[in-house]
Design a protein around this ligand. Structure first.
Ligand code: ASP
Length: 346
């Protein structure tokens, strides 16, 4: 579809891509269990009536629970979004299952550029439940996607009338309507009385990926979380198992037991190994602790700091970088550049 740019007084145009999830789920077989089935105008439902003169086009992309989505889907969708925004849409909305929004939205953030808002949303309650939140979330997402004040903020996640930056947001409750949290900053905006409020403008992330170079075949990256008594046998087998990279979620600021140091240091000689904190917020430390297995020790042995990214988001970045064929030194440079752009640290 090719649209000319908006002239003064023209209605804003937003394109909506539907990928399934609870927001689209009904008891389509009469079994009592819901599964993704709605698309198009049916999915927009009552949200469509609250849009005023907004022009909305809906494109069905996938019809799946969000655990089925992959980074290859994010790469494909990013190309499509780019084409449609270049074609004249003012913003884009993606509807999907909430289980993987925090990873999928961040992948889109890394894969897209430009100022037009790209907003990801979903629902915690399916359309058949009392108080279903899908229509309100879609209406809020459309408001944000069509509001010039939300331009240039990177990919956003809108849930429960809150606007979150994709780089920070996490799903932190299995079923509550207020399931989405950005522990680092809080929401950057809200939708209230049908209007968008922007309280915080997150810094623009450096572009560390060329989406045109991301091949659909994304190499496997292991996310290994430290737990009490962790023995590290998976790390020792990472090469044999065919992993192309590893993200270690260390304790606290990024620490592992001494027995993992040697396996991690060995792995770091053959593939990128990224060190994140398993806590879910707060940057990985760089220069505080000096014991074996501390962040200083691990970084000195060739591990790459995840910086402000949690383990899941670091895995998304590492996977996408590897899909471009990036060498370990380029991976390290990309993590550093992204961290600097997000935090102002030089
Ligand atoms: N299981 C669903 C999914 O992620 C949950 C949701 O959409 O809220 O597809």
């Amino acid at each position: 579809m090719s649209l000319s740019s908006r002239g003064p007084g023209d209605a804003a145009r937003v394109v909506v891509y539907t990928l399934g999830g609870t927001i689209a789920s009904t008891d389509v077989d009469g079994t009592g269990g819901v599964r993704p089935s709605l698309a198009g105008a049916e999915l927009l439902g009552p949200a469509a009536q609250s849009l005023g003169d907004l022009v909305v086009d809906v494109v069905g992309v996938r019809q799946v629970p969000s655990g089925e989505l992959t980074l290859a889907d994010a790469i494909d969708l990013s190309h499509r979004i780019r084409r449609d925004l270049d074609g004249g849409y003012d913003g884009a909305v993606v509807t999907q299952g909430t289980d993987t929004i925090e990873e999928f939205a961040f992948a889109l953030d890394l894969l897209t550029s430009g100022d037009a808002p790209i907003v990801v949303t979903g629902a915690m309650r399916h359309p058949g439940e009392l108080g279903a939140d899908g229509p309100a979330n879609v209406a809020a997402a459309l408001r944000v996607a069509s509001d010039p004040v939300m331009r240039g903020l990177g990919v956003l996640v809108v849930m429960n009338d809150e606007v979150h930056a994709a780089r920070f947001v996490r799903k932190t409750n299995s079923a509550n309507l207020a399931a989405f949290t950005s522990w680092t900053t809080g929401p950057i905006g809200r939708v209230l009385e049908g209007r968008t409020r922007r309280y915080v403008s997150p810094p623009r992330l450096a572009r560390v990926l060329d989406p045109a170079q991301c091949l659909g075949d994304v190499p496997p990256v292991l996310l290994a979380s430290c737990v009490l008594g962790v023995d590290g046998r998976l790390l020792e087998r990472a090469v044999d198992l065919g992993y192309a990279g590893v993200v270690v979620e260390g304790f606290g600021g990024g620490h592992v037991p001494a027995r993992l140091v040697e396996p991690l240091a060995t792995l770091a000689t053959v593939m990128p190994v990224v060190l994140a904190s398993r806590t879910g917020a707060g940057d990985a430390l760089e220069s505080t602790y000096g014991y074996e297995g501390s962040e200083r020790d691990l970084l000195a042995r060739g591990l790459i700091s995840a910086g402000f990214l949690d383990g899941r988001k670091a895995r998304v970045l590492l996977s996408l970088l590897l899909s471009t064929g990036a060498a370990p030194a380029q991976v390290a440079a990309a993590f550093t550049l992204l961290h600097q752009s997000a935090t102002g640290l030089a």
